[in-house]
Design a protein around this ligand. Structure first.
Ligand SMILES: Nc1ncnc2c1ncn2[C@@H]1O[C@H](COP(=O)(O)OP(=O)(O)OP(=O)(O)O)[C@@H](O)[C@H]1O
Ligand SMILES: [Mg+2]
Length: 263
């Protein structure tokens, strides 16, 4: 008899997803009929112009925003069946999130910000604290900054703290919104390497939103969004360096706007 293992469960699946934001009389359709599947241990980059729905997609995958229509299935569970409290607990266990705006708590030190997910989940021990300080923070070059408040950190340091916080709870899925946006190219590439290692060595599933071909090239698959829809997807094996990827991405975007019917 065959047994279902964790790796058989598709970590992320969305079906015919629609998300509409309403403000007064205006409605913005941030996601339109989006369906996609992301496999266990896959590293996927989501690209697209500003306003194309990238952050909205990540927030819906994380259960932070509920869609107007469609289904979101994470590690085999339909998020629509959960209450807000159940979703929060589920998220803590399954998903590490890096927000575009970091969302660090200003009154907590860098170390306490990183430890927050395991503290909230009742899993924090003093051994854990030491391991995070001398392991994860050292690996990210942040050990010396551990006692600083976020205000006293550079943008790049805050971003690395946000990344450390997303992986500290050992989630099987990491969703990162522009995780290298505030970093110089060397630090940015070291973050990409870390994400790649988490994927290769620990089979974590990673979705990164990025504008940067030099970041996207670390993924296996690129999903291109336009006006809330999946415009195209391709594998990085088709264009294995950042310049080729940038050119291919540009071709896709240009072809889409050339084919657009004028209003
Ligand atoms: N809370 C909200 N209320 C109203 N409209 C929103 C809200 N969040 C997003 N939108 C709109 O939905 C669309 C998609 O926004 P989203 O933030 O997902 O884009 P994005 O691709 O992440 O852009 P960027 O690259 O600038 O971060 C935009 O038109 C945006 O203005
Ligand atoms: Mg965004």
């Amino acid at each position: 008899m065959s047994q279902t293992t964790l790796s058989d469960v598709v970590p992320l699946r969305v079906e015919t997803l629609t998300k509409i934001f309403r403000q007064g009389n205006t409605a913005v359709e941030a996601l339109r009929n989006v369906s996609l599947t992301i496999h266990h241990g896959e590293f996927v980059a989501v690209m697209g112009a500003s306003g194309s729905g990238k952050s909205t997609l990540l927030h819906v995958l994380a259960g932070l925003t509920r869609p107007n229509a469609g289904r979101v299935i994470v590690d085999g569970q339909d998020l629509a069946t959960m209450s807000d409290y159940q979703l929060t607990c589920f998220r803590r266990r399954h998903i590490g999130l890096v927000f575009q705006a970091f969302n660090l708590i200003p009154t907590l030190t860098a170390l306490d910000n990183v430890l927050l997910p395991i503290l909230a989940d009742g899993r924090l021990s003093s051994a854990h604290r030491e391991n995070v300080l001398h392991g994860l923070l050292t690996r990210l070059g942040l050990e010396e900054r551990s006692r600083h408040l976020p205000d006293a950190l550079s943008g790049g340091e805050q971003q690395r703290i946000a990344i450390a916080r997303s992986i500290v709870g050992d989630p099987s899925i990491i969703l990162a919104d522009e995780p290298t946006g505030s970093l110089d190219s060397v630090t940015g590439q070291s973050i990409c390497r870390l994400l790649r290692e988490l994927c290769n060595e620990q089979r974590r599933t990673i979705v990164v939103v990025t504008h940067e071909p030099a970041v996207a090239v670390w993924a296996e698959r690129i999903i291109v969004l336009k006006d809330g829809q999946v415009l195209s997807e391709f594998r990085t094996s088709e264009c294995p360096d950042a310049h080729l990827l940038a050119a291919h991405y540009q071709d896709i975007v240009t072809a889409a706007s050339t084919n657009e019917v004028p209003a």
